[in-house]
Design a protein around this ligand. Structure first.
Ligand code: FAD
Length: 424
């Protein structure tokens, strides 16, 4: 199978390398996998067209659960050195203080994160800078020909090329749109000094017509950063207006932000990125595994992308020793990874949360209006109960918050605790 647009193979082939696992794509998934497998003694080749990961707007925040996975994979110290930890995230709903989330969460810019993890690659894994021109996969041997003519042969090929389609197409797998143009992620800096800023803040949208689940404001190093998610397409005139005057529009949408962030100004361009929910078809084949965004994409608002990446790496590194213990690399071995219950559950949760969060934010059918009413009534009662408590009233004077449960997932896709519950 060849990648026509990349045909630049020189007359004299540049060399041949034989490894156990060839990984194509050195983003988060490929780099973490290469490190983990090399540390386990596997011979690895890691290929990416760019020595330095290009500057792009991607994940900027992750949670304690993912830090646990970085630790498990032996990358805890490297990850910690690249991120800004945060605790006590203050959450606002209906313009009022709702709850304090203890965290921890971790903030970062994606490009320095990937580049930092690449610099932590073990010395036995040099990054091969090159483009794949040809891919051949089979039940025993996998073969990559790069555009400079060099050849990499491996028992197992891992495709970790993110959104890029070239290698996937050459192998013959197809991306399926589960929800096209599902959401927009926006990111911008606020002209506030992190030293003047208190704890990180999250403001949930109030009006269905705004199509905004939430905005979150947090520190990355010495920058104050905002991520806002919107259920619109990039062609929507709203996007152009927001890009042109983000401060004015934010103040109209959520005046409570100004109360917390003072007379803030926007200190950067507004990054905007459209994301579709996608899965893969035709991937159950000999010799090759698809991981991370090369396998599926979910909504950034739920912050599950990194969890899926790390789960893929964790499960793959668990299965690989058994695969290498016997001859061949036929599809029946590979399918053990795709059917791994932990992977299946992580992918399913991310997809379910992505779809639910959009529905509960923008759907206007009766079922969704009722669900919103139930959730918002419970939340308003919680705010009221806190006010009673803070006013020093005896706790039995506060409205009882027991009985009717919230939905299990909120607009940010986070699993809610068993409560809170509305009066009996
Ligand atoms: C705007 C946005 C915000 C997000 N926010 C969050 C968040 O807050 N939290 C969260 O958990 N997730 C978030 N995500 C999702 C998260 O960023 C991704 O799930 C994750 O980064 C995927 O990593 P990856 O390694 O699979 O892909 P990538 O990081 O895209 O890596 C792909 C690599 O493949 C290389 N490549 C491409 N083509 C080829 C080729 N032909 N040959 C060789 N190499 C190739 C690229 O150069 C790149 O290095 C967000 C996503 C977006 C788009």
């Amino acid at each position: 199978m060849s990648i026509a647009e990349d045909r630049e193979t020189p007359a004299v082939p540049a060399g041949r390398t034989e490894v156990e696992v060839a990984i194509v794509g050195a983003g988060l998934a490929g780099t973490v996998l290469a490190t983990t497998l090399a540390n386990a003694g596997r011979k690895i080749a890691l290929v990416d067209p760019h020595r330095i990961h290009h500057d792009e707007f991607r994940a900027e925040k992750t949670r304690a659960e993912q830090m646990g996975l970085f630790e498990k994979l032996g990358l805890g110290p490297a990850f910690r050195s690249l991120v800004t930890p945060m605790t006590d995230i203050n959450v606002f709903r209906f313009g009022k203080f709702f709850e304090r989330k203890e965290g921890p969460e971790f903030a970062f810019s994606y490009t320095p994160l990937v580049n930092g993890l690449r610099s932590a690659l073990p010395p036995q894994v040099p990054l091969t800078v090159g483009k794949v021109a040809e891919v051949t996969t089979g039940p025993d041997r996998q073969r990559l020909v790069l555009t400079d003519g060099s050849v990499i042969e491996a028992r197992l090929l891992v495709v970790a090329t993110g959104y890029s389609e070239a290698v996937r197409r050459a192998i013959g797998v197809e991306r399926i749109d589960e929800s096209k143009a599902h959401s927009l992620s926006t990111g911008f800096d606020l002209a506030i000094s992190p030293r003047e800023f208190g704890p990180p803040l999250t403001f949930y949208g109030t009006r269905v017509a705004d199509r905004i689940p939430f905005i979150t404001i947090f520190r990355i190093g010495e920058r104050m950063r905002a991520n806002m998610f919107v259920y619109r397409t990039v062609a929507d005139p709203w996007v152009r207006d927001f890009r042109e005057n983000p401060q004015k529009m934010l103040l109209e949408l959520m005046p409570e932000i100004a109360e917390r962030c003072g007379n803030f100004a926007i200190a950067s361009e507004v990054d905007v990125r459209q994301v579709s929910l996608t899965t893969t078809q035709g991937h159950r084949r000999d010799g090759v595994v698809f991981i991370g965004d090369a396998f599926a994409t979910t909504c950034p608002a739920q912050g599950d992308g990194i969890h899926r990446v790390l789960t893929d790496v964790d499960r793959l590194t668990t299965h690989i020793p058994a695969w290498f213990a016997t001859p061949g690399m036929a599809a029946d071995k590979i399918c053990v990874f795709y059917d791994d219950p932990i992977k299946v559950a992580a992918d399913a949760k991310a997809m379910r949360a992505s779809i639910y969060a959009r529905q509960i934010t923008v759907e206007t059918g009766l079922e969704w209006r009722l669900r919103r009413l139930r959730n918002n009534t419970a939340r308003r009662l919680m705010i009221l109960a806190r006010r009673f408590r803070e006013a020093g009233k005896p706790s039995d004077a506060a409205p009882a918050v027991t009985g009717v449960a919230f939905d299990r997932t909120d607009e940010a896709g986070q699993e809610l605790p068993a409560g809170p519950r509305l009066g009996t």
